[in-house]
Design a protein around this ligand. Structure first.
Ligand code: SF4
Length: 218
């Protein structure tokens, strides 16, 4: 996080940021993690023959990776701030969700073709541009009564999204401000996820599943 951006935070958030970072580092040092089951699942993904199978194995790996972190994260059942921020998924994940709920994903209005991006930096910039264009605070169509209605089928982005602070203060959305959150670092899993589907079409979950007039039923 750029220090100049920290300077522009409201004072309670500005004071919290270094405390949250220190908490996250301390928790990670004390964590008796079990990365082995996640590693086995990643290897299974690498052996899988189809893109869909690879993605399913990687989703399982993400769940195994997140399990020890859940005990130290601020994330709690019923907390849904992160269901109101952009959620990038691939066409394959959208198809898996659609098959599980009996609803076909739509062609997204805005998408990134992964094989047309030449570097991780270019992809990051394309993601940032696309996601910044979405309305602020728009709920995921699968958030129902504050709970994920497709929990067993939720995408990688949701499985790996964990705030390592003690509470949700930094997750709360503040209009016009990009509040930093000490998220668990899922960079490696994301790299496997992208490598598993090099021709992926990526878009926000809301673009694949726009809310229909009659609403979304999962
Ligand atoms: S898929 Fe579920 S967990 Fe992910 S943003 Fe939507 S409601 Fe939240």
């Amino acid at each position: 996080m750029d220090p100049r951006e920290i300077d522009h935070l409201p004072s309670d958030l500005r004071k919290r940021w270094p405390i949250a970072v220190a908490r996250a580092e301390d928790k990670l040092q004390r964590l008796q993690g079990n990365g082995q089951s996640a590693t086995r699942l990643i290897h299974a993904a690498q052996r899988a023959r189809s893109v869909a199978q690879r993605v399913v194995w990687l989703q399982r790996a993400a769940t195994a990776w997140a399990q020890p972190l859940e005990g130290i994260a601020a994330c709690r059942r019923g907390c849904s701030h992160c269901c109101h921020i952009p959620v990038m998924i691939s066409r394959t994940e959208a198809t898996l969700i659609g098959a599980a709920i009996g609803r076909s994903p739509q062609p997204p209005a805005h998408a990134i073709e992964l094989d047309r991006t030449s570097s991780p930096e270019e992809l990051h910039e394309a993601e940032a541009r696309m996601l910044a264009a979405r309305p602020f605070g728009e709920a995921c169509p699968f958030l129902v009564d504050g709970t994920c209605s497709i929990y067993a089928h939720r995408p990688m982005a949701c499985r790996t999204h964990l705030n390592l602070d003690d509470d949700d203060l930094l997750c709360r959305l503040v209009p016009g401000i990009n509040v930093p959150v000490p998220y668990a670092d899922a960079t490696q899993l994301k790299a496997f996820y992208l490598a598993a589907q090099p021709h992926a079409e990526l878009a926000d979950i809301r673009d694949f599943f726009p809310v229909a007039e009659e609403g979304v039923s999962a």
